[in-house]
Design a protein around this ligand. Structure first.
Ligand code: GAL
Length: 726
């Protein structure tokens, strides 16, 4: 018995030792996993790459053939990193990658996808997942880009094509260096359901991920660096900045011609007609072949349009119908699952790309089509391919979902580029890396306020968005929507379902015409803003938060306790998301239906009314009631705005410019010009005309346009200075 007792004691000791050893090893392994080989590799000025765990073959950027604009990145200048690399923690556990960034008390986080309701993301939990936007900022959106910008002056992209979870300052760790203090809800009024959190945590469902970190002296510099890393912003053809009209789905060629004629007769601008599903022999799924009952001679149709300076843009979705000639050819390169009974091409495969391009060339590009509206590549779960689908390239359905829109953009952009033609179109899905592709995101959601918030948010993540106009309940709403779309990257009326026309509400038809003509007048300014997107990475339409001297004035409104609606008395963030910058010096503050008056936050410095040149305010909040036919627009002191005459269309003619100057500070402006339709600008065939306004001691203003010697100018014939502020 004694022996037995001794034996079992020895056994117990062995077990304890072995267990202990395992625990030490396990702890060691954990530490090893944490930050294992975390090397910050400097990629270029202000850009670092961190490779966490095992790298995946397919990432958000891996398939897009993007060339970073290194020279332009260097011109931004180096900037130290605003965080200590040691504070970025990573771990790979259970086949998943964890990445953690530190957050300071007052730090704000922007970006993380095309959100529609919120601008500042601290306090939010999201799963970044390509999808149609469904009304809440939960990460499911058309461009759920895992890139954030911090107010500290840095940003990071999680370059993974997975559904990424993110906790933006919501999670609280035991090992926090700045933990919140526990409070008693019974007795402490300051108790909150969201105690202070000092970290931003990502969870990537893969054994590794790449992180690309960008620094900048300002948030705008971070965004610019990010955009330039992604190849720089797209440069639309000049006609792309004119007015677009999408016709009802089943319109025939003659109906379109009649509509175009009506625009002409009424003096409304029109540069692009968009054809909706009815141009095809079948849609949902698609053939990408012309229906010859509605379009007996597509080539003659696009030619006729071009003779009236109108480009043709075609709607499509990715799913291919058995009724068309493409079906049999593409079938070997399609997914296991169908969508609307159409097969889903594997855009990852070069064979599939080749077959698609062949078909697009034969049926569209060679017939004079200027570009596409690529619909439905974001997908609703209930009709899209499921995550259990497989693709012949071996790419997982999840990764395909995250990059499908990006791949479609890449393939079609390249097709036009090979012909030395610029395209400009629409797309419903995008992700990181699409900044240089000439596509603008749109959707069906149609909330005017939220459309403007999306416009603001697009500027943090390197995408473009249009708050397109479709229909309205009232003439007031109609005009207010038209006013905002005319200050966006793509001014479009989408009448595919409603058959609306700009003059649908006669009582505001003149004002709609005036605002769309103002859009046309602003093209020299907008085109220059796009050139700055291309060459400098500066978003043409920007959040106020990216503007120097803007006071990020946002409040937490404490909402009272309510047992059923708000049992945790969660505070609501009240933030400014209804005003934005366009180009260097315009601040746009739209009004919405039902509003007669609004507040406008003017950043530091003097600001002037765009229409009158009068002083509007200086680093303050003003209240304005401009009347129905005006959208409030303000210009920075010394701001120069070059304008065309109120032309209906971009054609190949030259026009005299009215060069407006605002305020009393001297101004300088680098007006951009090129041929407007090819890629020759990439070979240096462009000009920067320097417009300056000097102001002397007695406030006399002297404007001058300097064209560098030997340089061609394409669109401007004269420079007539107008000093708006007396
Ligand atoms: C929708 C799209 C609309 C219109 C329509 C045509 O998905 O968002 O703009 O193109 O399809 O069926």
């Amino acid at each position: 018995a004694i022996n037995n007792k001794n034996n079992s004691l020895i056994m117990r000791k062995i077990v304890i030792y072995v267990c202990g050893l395992f625990m030490v090893l396990a702890a060691f392994a954990c530490v090893q996993k944490d930050n294992v080989n975390l090397e910050w590799k400097k990629e270029g000025q202000g850009i670092w790459k961190i490779s966490v765990g095992k790298q995946e073959k397919v990432t958000l950027l891996s398939e897009l053939d993007i060339t970073p604009q290194w020279k332009a990145i260097e011109e931004i200048g180096d900037a130290p990193l605003a965080i200590d690399p040691k504070d970025v923690k990573t771990e790979v556990v259970d086949g998943k990658t964890y990445i953690r960034f530190p957050l300071d008390k007052d730090e704000k986080i922007f970006g993380l996808g095309l959100n529609f309701k919120t601008v500042e993301q601290r306090g939010r939990v999201m799963r970044l997942h390509v999808d149609h936007y469904g009304g809440s900022d939960n990460g499911r959106t058309h461009a759920p880009i895992p890139f954030f910008v911090s107010s500290k002056g840095y940003g990071a992209l999680i370059n993974s094509a997975r559904y990424i979870d993110v906790w933006v300052g919501t999670s609280v760790r035991q090992d926090s260096s700045n933990p919140p203090v526990a409070k008693d809800r019974n007795t402490d009024k300051d108790w909150t359901a969201q105690p202070y959190s000092d970290n931003l945590e990502f969870l990537i469902p893969a054994e590794g991920a790449e992180v690309i970190v960008f620094s900048g002296k300002t948030m705008l510099d971070v965004v610019r660096r990010y955009n330039l890393y992604n190849g720089g912003g797209c440069l639309p053809p000049k006609w792309g900045l004119g007015f677009w009209h999408r016709v009802p789905s089943l319109f025939t060629d003659t109906e379109i011609e009649r509509e175009v004629q009506e625009f002409r007769d009424k003096g409304f601008p029109l540069n692009v007609v968009g054809l909706e599903p009815g141009w095809m022999t079948a849609s949902y799924p698609c053939t990408y072949e012309w229906d010859n009952t509605r379009f007996p001679n597509p080539q003659a149709f696009t030619k006729k349009m071009k003779e009236s300076n109108i480009q043709t843009n075609l709607w499509m979705n990715p799913y291919i119908s058995p009724k068309g000639e493409l079906y049999d050819r593409i079938k070997p390169y399609t997914s296991s699952h169908t969508v609307w009974c159409g097969i889903v091409p594997d855009y990852m495969m070069s064979e599939a790309q080749r077959i698609l391009i062949d078909h697009f060339k034969k049926h569209q590009l060679n017939l004079g089509v200027s570009g596409y509206k690529m619909d439905e590549n974001d997908g609703y779960d209930s009709w899209l391919w499921p995550d259990v689908a497989s693709f012949p390239s071996g790419t997982s359905a999840e990764q395909m979902r995250q990059i499908y829109g990006s791949l479609m953009q890449k393939v079609t952009t390249q097709m036009y580029k090979d012909e030395n033609k610029r395209t400009y179109g629409l797309v419903r899905a995008a992700n990181a890396g699409t900044t240089s592709f000439p596509y603008v995101i749109y959707n069906d959601y149609y909330n005017h306020h939220d459309f403007i918030t999306a416009l603001v948010n697009s500027s943090f993540i390197g995408v473009l968005w249009t708050p397109e106009v479709r229909a309205s309940r009232t003439s007031e709403e109609w005009l207010r929507r038209m006013q905002t779309v005319c200050f966006s990257p793509l001014a479009m009326l989408n009448a595919w379902a409603d058959g609306t026309k700009p003059w649908t509400f006669p009582e505001v038809a003149e004002s709609v015409k005036a605002i769309s003509l103002l859009r046309m007048q602003l093209i020299p300014y907008l085109y220059t803003a796009f050139a700055d997107y291309t060459f400098k990475g500066t978003p043409p339409v920007r959040a106020m938060n990216l503007e120097e001297g803007y006071n990020m004035d946002e409040k937490m409104l404490q909402v009272s306790f309510d047992a059923t609606n708000n049992p945790y008395a969660l505070a609501i963030k009240k933030e400014v998301k209804d005003q934005f910058m366009v180009g260097n010096s315009l601040l746009v503050a739209p009004l919405f239906e039902g509003e007669k008056e609004r507040k406008v936050i003017l950043p530091k410095g003097k600001w002037y009314d765009f229409y009158t040149g009068e002083f509007a305010g200086e680093g303050e909040i003003i209240s304005v009631s401009p009347g129905l036919d005006k959208i409030p627009v303000y210009v920075k002191d010394g701001g120069i705005v070059p304008m065309f005459p109120p032309i209906r269309q971009i054609d190949n003619k030259q026009y005299p410019l009215e060069v407006r100057h605002y305020g009393n500070a001297p101004g300088i402006y680098d007006l951009y010009d090129d041929d407007g339709e090819t890629f020759n600008y990439q070979k240096g065939e462009f000009v920067r005309i320097v417009l300056t306004v000097d102001v002397d001691a007695s406030n006399n203003k002297m404007g001058k346009a300097s064209i560098p010697g030997g340089k061609n100018v394409w669109s401007y014939s004269d420079y007539i200075f107008r000093y708006m502020t007396k």
